[in-house]
Design a protein around this ligand. Sequence first.
Ligand SMILES: [Zn+2]
Length: 175
Amino acid sequence: MKRLKEILKSYTKKLFSDWHSAIIALIVTSLFLGTGAVYIFFQTLWLAIINTILLPTPLWASLAWGLLLLIYVYLKTPKKHSLYHPQSESFLIEDNDVKWKVTHKNNGSFTVDDNPYCKYHDTRYIQTAGGQYMCPDVIGSKCKSRIVNDDEIELLHKLAKSKVEKHINQYETKC
Ligand SMILES: [Zn+2]
């Protein structure tokens, strides 16, 4: 059994080196002869493949193993595009006459922007010198959205957070 293994090993080695040098020789030859030699190159390659298929099973199997190993290495190599997956998604929810920006991260956690958004314009509220939060369009009195006082903001933010928590939990249990 051990001897058989050794014979196989040396035979496979020889086969691989033969293949290696044969392919290199073919590439070099075709490069020298120009594109006209491509046909001959493929014809020779085809004959080589046919010969390999007709070889006894263990050698053919070792070639297949080599191919499988290549496929395995290819599949195990991390793909570049996986780096470009979005890390989070953002959306607006309405609560207590204002909107809140929720960022739901891929790890399941979420954050709620501590600044409200206008429920009509989806614009981020601005803080006035007096400490009030309002839609930028309120200044031209075009927007009838709620004006939030400085002392209300913390409570409203907490309420929005608990609503989001409930919503996300419901969403996740539904799946
Ligand atoms: Zn507005």
